[in-house]
Design a protein around this ligand. Structure first.
Ligand SMILES: [Zn+2]
Length: 578
């Protein structure tokens, strides 16, 4: 208990119960990259302090900078937002699946769909059979949505706007907000608006970064101006309850470095799912409803700063040339909090033309094009988009080949060695194959023998849903697959021998292929969600024993398995010398 500590007013429940647990000091707006002209004018700074409400358990910025500081209209009065969702193929697939799920579970032909913060219409355009409406305050992004036929209102969503929409359009069966609720300062007004607009048995589906993930990864750079709330299921449940809603389901998502999709309805409309109960239990075990884990985060963040500065200083002392990679909001936080300026990072390489020629907020590090970076001879690049590390390592193979190395600051600052980072066991999430997750299995051996755990109910990758397990033995020369499930998730490991495990994503042209080795040489468990073709083959002319866990029981009358020739995507099987 923290007695005698200053308490602030919680902006979620309005009680004076908000306790500061971390301070990053004075911070500029994370995404306000400066031109030569604005450089001289001086920047807006605020105190980036984060608090925990002892009443409603909500984590929030203590000083919330007004929207006008980071959403700036141009000369014509139009507001601009630089990130277009549809430019990301991963996100497009993610949203298409989200729409499909809502159609199957909640919608009938007469129901309407609303998306708060609809961006360029990436989610709504996936609905073919229902009337949709988007709310997107950034004019330039809303314009793009309209040209694609997605009806969009360019306003902030408030209770007042909800009243107008209700009068004109009626109710909505499903209301979405993805990566938006965390930015809405007037969250009470927003919740009232949602409650008013929900149809009978309507569902509000929101997806935002999940604070337990930030605690686990020490990814403090997800904390900045435009993110004013950091949700747990505990705090969201408390928030919704005050507005007559309740959470009835939740599902972890891979996007934005670890998010939670949350399903809410009017009290009692839908039964609470087992997986929600499991997540809530996990939060209890992690003391998410106390300030303790946040105080621990504060200590880890401080330690991370000390270690990153020491690492960079050591490299500088050795005469190494260090640059920044990706001019992102995350980088602004790390540079300013850790006091890393031009004396350390010569420049930042970024592929966005808009940012090139500008300067980073606070530290004024010049931003250059990737061409400049590629022609340069930097020794190290500090990576700010750590959630895309795997993708970037593949893209920058030339830099790595000539001895260049990336530095990451999370969860502990370190130099990424390509040998280790290319190993699948170090990539818990495959961003190029959304939903595919890998768990490293630790073999514990002694004189008596050895053992390794395979799946635990508290594993992050395990959904908690159990269908059946089975063991299969494969003789050399056999190929199992390819097959695909529409509903079933597989968890696969090889407990004797080794297999080549092939995953294919043919949702776009050309199909993408991922190959993993699983077995005694690489003890991992692979989670394969529905929708991917997969198959396997024993390696090294030896038998292989494969252990499967499925989240559904096999129904011989209606098997959830589609089959394809093992060579349908070419020869993915022949082992070639590397
Ligand atoms: Zn509160």
């Amino acid at each position: 208990m923290l007695f005698g500590v200053e308490k602030f007013i919680c902006k979620a429940c309005n009680k004076p119960a908000l306790v500061k647990f971390i301070s990053f000091g004075k911070m500029p707006i994370a995404n306000a990259f400066l031109t030569k002209e604005t450089l001289e004018k001086g920047e807006f700074y605020y105190n980036l302090d984060v608090g925990f409400c002892e009443e409603c358990k909500m984590v929030q910025l203590i000083e919330m900078p007004p929207y006008s500081k980071y959403i700036v209209p141009d000369d014509a009065g139009k507001t601009h937002y630089a990130f277009f969702s549809s430019t990301s193929k991963f996100m497009e697939k993610h949203f298409a699946e989200m729409a499909k799920e809502a159609e199957e579970k909640f919608l009938d032909e007469n129901s309407q769909v609303l998306d708060i913060g609809s961006n360029d219409g990436i989610l709504l355009k996936a609905f073919k059979n229902n009337k949709t409406l988007g709310i997107e305050p950034s004019d330039n992004v809303a314009d793009v949505a309209r040209t694609q036929g997605v009806e969009t209102i360019s306003k902030f969503f408030t209770e007042e706007l909800a009243g107008k929409i209700l009068a004109e359009k009626g109710n909505f069966k499903v209301i979405f907000s993805t990566n938006v609720l965390l930015s809405i300062i007037e969250i009470g007004s927003c919740m009232k608006g949602i409650e008013r607009l929900l149809a009978n048995k309507g569902v509000f589906i929101t997806e935002d970064p999940y604070i337990p993930e930030i605690l686990e990864k020490v990814s403090y750079d997800q904390i900045y101006d435009a993110h004013v709330w950091y949700f747990s299921l505990t705090s969201l449940s408390n928030l919704f309850e005050r507005y007559g809603l309740e959470v009835f389901d939740a599902e972890k998502q891979w996007v934005h470095g670890g998010s939670m999709r949350v399903y809410a309805c009017r009290k009692g409309d839908y039964p609470k799912t087992d997986r929600l109960k499991k997540y809530l239990q996990e939060e209890k075990e992690k003391d998410i409803d106390t300030i303790q884990p946040y105080l621990e985060l504060s200590k880890k963040v401080e330690q991370s700063r000390i270690e990153l500065k020491a690492l960079l200083r050591k490299l500088k002392d050795e005469g190494k040339k260090i640059v920044g990679y990706a001019a992102a909001s995350k980088g602004t936080i790390v540079q300013n909090y850790c006091d890393i300026g031009r004396e350390t990072l010569e420049y930042i390489s970024d592929s966005t033309p808009f940012k090139q020629g500008r300067f980073s907020p606070g530290k004024h590090i010049p931003i250059v094009s990737p061409e400049h970076f590629h022609e340069d001879n930097a020794d190290y690049a500090l990576l700010s988009a750590w959630n895309h590390a795997e993708e970037i390592m593949q893209k920058e193979s030339e830099f790595l080949k000539r001895g260049g190395r990336f530095i990451v600051h999370y969860p502990t600052p370190r130099i990424l060695e390509p040998e280790s980072t290319n190993k699948p066991s170090n990539n818990p999430n495959s961003e190029d194959f959304p939903g595919v997750e890998i768990k490293k299995l630790n073999v514990i051996a002694n004189g008596q023998g050895y053992l390794f755990e395979v799946v635990r109910n508290d594993d992050n990758l395990f959904s908690g849903k159990f269908g059946q397990t089975l063991v299969s033995e494969l003789y050399p020369g056999t190929i199992k697959g390819l097959h695909k499930h529409s509903k079933q998730t597989d968890y696969t490991t090889c407990i004797k021998g080794n297999i080549k495990y092939v995953l294919v994503d043919d949702s776009q042209e050309p199909a993408k292929i991922k190959v993993l080795t699983i077995g005694e040489k690489n003890s991992i468990l692979v989670k394969t969600p529905p929708g991917y073709w997969h198959g396997y083959m024993p390696l090294a002319n030896e038998k292989a024993t494969v252990l499967h866990l499925m989240d559904r029981t096999y129904n011989p009358k209606k098997p959830d398995t589609e089959r394809k020739d093992a060579f349908a995507f070419g020869d993915v099987w022949t082992v070639r010398p590397s």
